[in-house]
Design a protein around this ligand. Structure first.
Ligand code: TYM
Length: 332
């Protein structure tokens, strides 16, 4: 039997290069080899209180981007999380065995407490529990994600194992983060520090749907410095980030060329950024074309999410029925 794969993207807007190279690129390959469930995590996106109009538009954007990247509804199950209420039921059961201390220690929670101290809600605290429910509901073993999600996967294993121990059954298998590359990917942003992410601001992200002009403008404004002051010096974070981005979208020859120039202190950041922007334009070109076509085809989108919900619920209902029996819910 094929192994089961689950992964999702929060519906906070459009997909960026971090989502693509960290996760979606693996989805596309995996759909030929595994039993795949790919979803839009719209419940997760409620932690930041989107307006009803924005919520719907953002969900649609992610469905469109998924399809434009090459996810095939005939090969994998593509669904919207909130179409599968069984996930919330499992979330509730898992919450009974998720402890305050461990939830407070999660890196993503601590980051949010630091960055948004006025919005430390319970949904944020139990975010990893909902994520575990997403994965365990289909009894998945492989979860294609970027580096930033590694700790959440560890927590999903903890919650699944705890359930197994409590009910004395090897019920949930252990899910592991997965990538075809030897390491999980971290795509840096353009602001000179840390990863590409929507919460770091639009200027920090290259979206798959960005126009070539927008890409050139954002890259030209990316943070750099005054240039190398010694031959073969170690690159400061902002410069290393741009080289890391080039490693992802450009050829090896291009990367080596600019690396040599940097090491010889002969690099001109203007030329370097121009090349990086052009290679990003080329990398995103096929998606950009398809995004426009698919976004205008509402009938197709509706068909995709309906079929996805049906298939996802079938699997989720099977799990919930068994979980209820294990817990001891019986009919009169
Ligand atoms: P989210 O929406 O923040 O990101 C979606 C996926 O994109 C990856 N990613 C990155 N990878 C590399 N470099 C980056 N700069 C970068 N930015 C984002 C993330 O690692 C992720 O794989 N909690 C999840 C969504 C989720 C989920 C799940 C994932 C909910 N339930 C169950 C897997 C399984 C999240 O916030 O992803």
């Amino acid at each position: 039997m094929k192994e089961t794969v689950v992964s999702g993207i929060r519906s906070t807007g459009k997909l960026h290069l971090g989502n693509y190279y960290g996760a979606v690129k693996n989805f596309i390959k995996m759909q030929d080899e595994y039993n795949c469930y790919f979803f839009i995590a719209d419940w997760h996106s409620l932690t930041t209180h989107p307006t009803p109009e924005n919520l719907h538009g953002n969900i649609k954007n992610v469905v469109v981007d998924y399809l434009a990247c090459g996810l095939d509804p005939e090969k994998s199950t593509i669904y919207v999380q909130s179409d599968v209420p069984e996930i919330i039921e499992l979330y509730l059961y898992l919450n009974m065995n998720a402890y305050l201390g461990e939830l407070e220690r999660a890196t993503s929670f601590k980051d949010k407490v630091r960055s948004s101290p006025d919005n430390v809600n319970a949904g944020l605290l139990t975010y990893p529990v909902l994520m575990a429910a997403d994965i365990l509901i289909h009894k998945a073993t492989k979860v294609p994600v970027g580096k930033d999600q590694e700790q959440h996967l560890e927590m999903a294993r903890t919650f699944g194992n705890r359930f197994n121990r409590l009910y004395n059954q090897e019920y949930f298998p252990e899910p592991y983060a997965f990538s075809y590359t030897d390491k999980l990917v971290k795509v840096p942003g353009l602001d000179g520090k840390g990863k590409m992410g929507k919460s770091e601001g639009d200027a920090n992200c290259i979206y798959l749907s960005d126009t070539p002009e927008a890409i050139r403008k954002k890259v030209s404004r990316a943070v750099t410095d005054g240039g190398p002051t010694e031959e073969n010096q170690q690159k400061p974070e902002a410069i290393q980030n741009l080289f890391d981005l080039m490693k992802i979208v450009s050829t090896e020859d291009t990367l080596t060329h600019f690396d040599d120039l940097y090491n010889k202190m002969a690099i001109r950041y203007g030329d370097f950024k121009k090349q990086l922007a052009e290679d990003m334009v080329i990398a995103t070109e096929p998606m950009r074309q398809r995004i426009n076509d698919i976004a205008n085809d509402n009938a197709y989108l509706q068909k995709v999410v309906r079929l996805g919900a049906e298939k996802a619920r079938e699997s989720a209902q099977r799990t919930i029925k068994e979980v209820r029996e294990l817990i001891g819910f019986k009919s009169f």
